[in-house]
Design a protein around this ligand. Structure first.
Ligand SMILES: [Zn+2]
Length: 88
């Protein structure tokens, strides 16, 4: 099996799951960036849309992700108890 289909952190086969597309201009908080890189690199619960939003735009898109990473992000986010982004 090619290495690219496994999460390097969890050694789990990546799956296709929907991700929420977030539109608008926002910055990801530094500790969230660090946690993403180290704790759930293949989570992709949310992905960036463009800076503008129209109701006709899709709200979800399928991405290749690791389910263990997603569980880790949900747990980490619940414990953090703050929004992950800071809007301008
Ligand atoms: Zn993973």
């Amino acid at each position: 099996m090619p290495e690219s289909t496994l999460c390097p952190l969890h050694q789990e086969v990546l799956a296709s799951e929907p991700a929420e597309i977030l539109y608008g201009v926002y910055a990801i908080a530094r500790d969230v960036e660090d946690a993403r890189a180290n704790l759930f690199p293949n989570s992709f619960l949310t992905i960036r849309g463009g800076g503008f939003y129209s109701p006709s735009y899709p709200k979800h898109q399928h991405v290749t992700c690791c389910r263990s990473c997603r569980e880790a992000e949900k747990l980490w986010t619940a414990l953090r108890d703050r929004p992950f982004s800071e809007t301008f």
